[in-house]
Design a protein around this ligand. Structure first.
Ligand SMILES: O=P(O)(O)O[C@H]1O[C@H](CO)[C@@H](O)[C@H]1O
Ligand SMILES: O=c1cc[nH]c(=O)[nH]1
Length: 240
């Protein structure tokens, strides 16, 4: 049974599309709607976690902020999957490079999301869960990126509960396991999708590199993110 609105989302059932793009920043959701969607309306303003629904290449698409961190995306993605009958969420975020294999502006398609969070404990599993992307979404995104000539890496990332780590060198401990980059939401999104029997994918643009200290300027982030958003939208449309 779908119960809307929720404590965090004032949209009515049907006002949110089956596919939702989720950046961490709700203002980026507005920028995405402005730049990519046609005939869009704002369907949520609760807590300023803005959500917009419009069309892209004739297909109904929503874009909504997730907030930062796993508790936040945990709430919003749960409600989208369970209360709004959303089928597919594509997280579009920034990430800090850990591996030398990734450089600034690269897009990382998140095949697996390792984590230092205990988000999975709620599922009472007799072991360790491996949060992974929906394969069909991942495959389409990689094929489209390659056709567009985008610089894309596919692999495992770290979804971290902390941005400011008291032991910054911890990040590099993950590198020996092939971790490409660090962000703060994908693992919870993938777990919620798995539990709901729905689809999720994370696409990240490398905005800074922990090993080199390099960081994109705000203008460069804008351009880089536009490539990632276009990729996410083209993937969403192809999946229909
Ligand atoms: O750019 P977004 O999507 O917010 O993602 C990254 O940026 C935030 C930290 O600055 C965290 O949410 C992290 O996951
Ligand atoms: O979570 C994040 C996102 C971008 N850059 C980082 O270093 N960490």
């Amino acid at each position: 049974m779908y119960i809307t609105p929720t404590p965090h989302n004032e949209a009515a059932l049907g006002e949110i599309a089956k596919t939702v793009l989720m950046p961490g920043d709700p203002l980026r959701a507005k920028e995405i709607a402005d730049a990519f969607l046609e005939d869009y309306t704002c369907v949520n303003t609760v807590r300023n976690m803005l959500a917009f629904t419009g069309t892209y290449m004739g297909k109904k698409i929503s874009v909504m902020g997730s907030g930062m961190g796993m508790p936040s995306i945990g709430i919003y993605s749960y409600e989208l999957f369970h209360h709004y009958d959303v089928d597919c969420i594509i997280r579009v975020g920034s990430a800090g490079g850990i591996s030398k294999k990734v450089g600034l502006r690269d897009i990382v398609a998140v095949m697996g999301a390792s984590t230092n969070s205990n988000y999975a404990s709620q599922f009472h599993l007799p072991g360790t869960f491996a949060p992974i992307a929906d394969f069909s979404l991942l495959r389409h995104a990689v094929e489209i990126a390659e056709a567009k000539g985008l610089s894309i890496q596919v692999g495992n990332i770290l979804s971290s509960d902390v941005f400011y780590n008291d032991l910054p060198e911890d990040s590099f401990t993950w590198e020996k396991m092939g971790i490409l980059a660090v962000e703060m939401e994908a693992a919870a999104l993938y777990m919620n999708a798995a539990r709901a029997g729905k689809k999720a994918l994370g696409l990240m643009t490398i905005s800074d590199h922990l090993a080199t200290g390099e960081a994109l300027s705000s203008d460069e982030r804008q351009t880089g993110f536009a490539e990632m958003i276009g990729l996410a939208l083209d993937t969403a449309v192809t999946m229909e």
